[in-house]
Design a protein around this ligand. Structure first.
Ligand code: GDP
Ligand code: IMO
Ligand code: MG
Length: 427
C-alpha cells in the first residue's frame, strides 16, 4: 500500500485535525512527521471536543497505530499532560509510538524562545513560545537531546551538560536568565521518562512494515505551507518543513511510498502571529469571518487574522507539495456575505501582475491582492452532505477555486462536526 499526506495549504489551522480524523477511520496507521506542540488540531466528535498538540489525530479510533515521527520535536512534559488528558477521557493509548530519534524540547528551549521573542521586540515572529525554534536549532547544531536519551539516565545527563555549557552562557550573558543544571533537569525528567519509555520505538521500521503489509498509512502535517522554513514567508515561519516532501524524511520512508497528497485549505484565509498576509481584512468582512469561524488559536488562544482566499499562495502550495486533491474547509463560514472575493493575482509596486508567488520577500511585501468578485449565498449549508445540495453560488465558488489551482476538490467542510462534510466530490 502507499501513504497519503495531509498537508496544510495556508498558514496553519486549516482544519487538518478534522480531515485526518475523517480519513483515520479507514486508516491503519496515522503519523505526525514534523512540528511539535505549537500545533493545535481540533476534532469535534459528537458532544466531545479534542484539542491535540502532539498525538496524531487518529488516536480516537481504537486499534489505529499512532506514530510521533522522527521529524517532530517533543516536549516530554507536554506530551505526558496530553496523554493523561486523553486517558482520563477514556481514550486508549495502546497504539501510540514515539520515535526514539525525535528531538526533545528542554526547559531551556522554552526559556530561550520567549527571551528571543522579547529581544526581537517589534521584529518578533509571534511564535507560540513552546521552544520549537530553539529545539530545531540544537538538532541542526548536533547538541540536541533525543527521545532515546530518556532510556539512559547517564547519557541524558552527559548530553544535557554538553548542551548547557553553551546554553547557560547564552541565557546568562545575553538574556539575563537564570542558569540551569543538567542533573536537576534529568531528575525532573525521570518520572516523565518512565511514563514515555513504553512508547519509544523504531517508528521508521514500523511504518515501512505497515506499508509492506498493505496497510493504509496517513501522514499528518502540522502548521502549513506558508510557515515552511524553506518555502514560507521567511522569517515569519516555523522552524520545520510542513510541506509534503518532508513527510518522507520526517518519518523515514522513501518518497516513492507517497502517492496521494491532500492539501487542506479554508474557504478563506487566516494567520496567527506576525508576518505578511496580502488578503488580510481590517473591516466588517474580516470581523464576520473571525466571529462566525470562531478564529481563535487552538494552542495559544490568540485571535487569528482573517482575509479572503488567496489563490496565488494556494497555487504555490499545490506546486510545493504536489497536491493530488484539496479539502476546502469552513465553507459554511462564508454563508451570508453579499459577495465573496477570490484573490487570483497580486499587483506589485511596479505595476506588474503576478499569478505565481514571488520568490523575493521585498516584492511580496509590496504586493496588493487583485480580486474577482463572485455572488454570495445566504443559505445555511451546515446540513448539506452532497454537492448538489449546495446553493449554486457556493458551488460556483468551489468550482472557480478548483479550476484556478488545477486541483480537484474532493472534500468540503460545512461545519465543525465530524460528519459535517461533503465527501468524494468530483469537480
Ligand atoms: P488544524 O490546526 O489545521 O487542525 O486546525 P485547528 O483545529 O487549529 O482549527 C480549525 C478550526 O476549524 C477548529 O476549531 C475546527 O473544529 C474547525 N473546523 C474544521 N472544519 C470546519 C468546517 O468545515 N466548518 C467549521 N465551521 N469549522 C470547522
Ligand atoms: P497547526 O498545526 C497556526 C505560527 C506561530 C508563529 C510561527 C512560528 O495547528 O496548524 P513557532 O512556535 O512554530 O516557532 O511559531 O508559526 N504557528 C502556527 N500557526 N497553526 C499552527 O499549527 C502553528 N504553529 C506555529 O503563530 O507565527
Ligand atoms: Mg491548529
Amino acid at each position: 500500500m502507499s501513504a497519503t499526506v495531509v498537508v496544510g495549504a495556508q498558514w496553519g489551522d486549516e482544519g487538518k485535525g478534522k480531515v485526518v480524523d475523517l480519513l483515520a477511520e479507514k486508516s491503519d496507521l496515522v503519523a505526525r512527521y514534523q512540528g511539535g506542540n505549537n500545533a493545535g488540531h481540533t476534532i469535534v466528535a459528537g458532544s466531545e471536543t479534542y484539542k491535540l498538540h502532539l498525538v496524531p489525530s487518529g488516536i480516537l479510533y481504537p486499534g489505529t497505530l499512532c506514530v510521533i515521527g522522527t521529524g517532530t520535536v517533543v516536549d516530554p512534559r507536554a506530551l505526558v499532560t496530553e496523554l493523561d488528558s486523553l486517558e482520563s477521557r477514556g481514550i486508549s493509548l495502546d497504539g501510540l509510538r514515539l520515535s526514539g530519534s525525535a528531538h526533545l524540547i528542554m526547559p531551556y528551549h522554552v526559556a530561550l524562545d520567549g527571551a528571543s521573542e522579547m529581544r526581537l521586540g517589534r521584529f518578533s515572529i509571534g511564535t507560540t513560545r513552546r521552544g520549537i525554534g530553539p529545539c530545531y536549532q540544537d538538532k541542526a547544531a548536533r547538541i540536541g537531546i533525543r527521545a532515546q536519551d530518556l532510556l539512559d539516565p547517564k547519557i541524558l545527563v552527559r548530553k544535557l551538560e554538553i548542551a548547557l555549557e553553551l546554553k547557560n552562557e547564552i541565557m546568562e550573558r545575553i538574556y539575563e536568565l537564570p542558569r540551569m543544571n543538567a542533573q536537576e533537569i534529568a531528575d525532573n525528567l525521570a518520572p516523565v521518562a518512565a511514563r514515555l519509555a513504553p512508547f519509544i520505538a523504531d517508528t521508521s521500521l514500523l511504518v515501512e512494515n505497515a506499508l509492506r503489509d498493505g496497510k493504509s498509512v496517513l501522514l499528518e502535517g502540522a502548521q502549513g505551507t506558508m510557515l515552511d522554513v524553506d518555502h514560507g514567508t521567511y522569517p515569519f515561519v516555523t522552524s520545520s518543513n510542513p510541506i509534503a516532501g518532508a513527510a518522507s524524511t520526517g518519518i523515514g520512508i522513501g518518497p516513492t511510498r507517497i502517492t496521494r497528497v491532500l492539501g487542506v485549505s479554508k474557504a478563506y484565509t487566516t494567520r496567527v502571529g506576525e508576518g505578511p498576509f496580502p488578503t488580510e481584512l481590517f473591516d466588517s468582512d474580516g470581523t464576520r469571518m473571525l466571529e462566525r469561524g470562531n478564529e481563535f488559536g487552538t494552542t495559544t488562544g490568540r485571535q487569528r487574522r482573517c482575509g479572503w482566499i488567496d489563490l496565488v499562495a494556494l497555487r504555490y502550495a499545490a506546486r510545493l507539495s504536489g497536491f493530488t486533491e484539496l479539502a476546502l474547509t469552513k465553507l459554511d463560514v462564508l454563508s451570508g456575505f453579499d459577495r465573496v472575493r477570490i484573490c487570483d493575482a497580486y499587483l506589485t509596486r511596479d505595476g506588474e501582475i503576478l499569478r505565481d508567488f514571488p520568490y523575493h520577500q521585498t516584492v511580496f511585501h509590496g504586493c496588493t491582492p487583485m480580486y474577482d468578485d463572485l455572488a454570495g449565498w445566504d443559505d445555511d449549508i451546515s446540513e448539506c452532505r452532497e454537492l448538489k445540495h449546495l446553493p449554486a453560488a457556493a458551488r460556483a465558488y468551489v468550482e472557480t477555486i478548483s479550476q484556478a489551482i488545477e486541483v480537484p476538490i474532493t472534500l468540503i467542510g460545512t461545519g465543525q462536526g465530524r460528519h459535517q462534510v461533503i465527501d468524494t466530490v468530483e469537480i
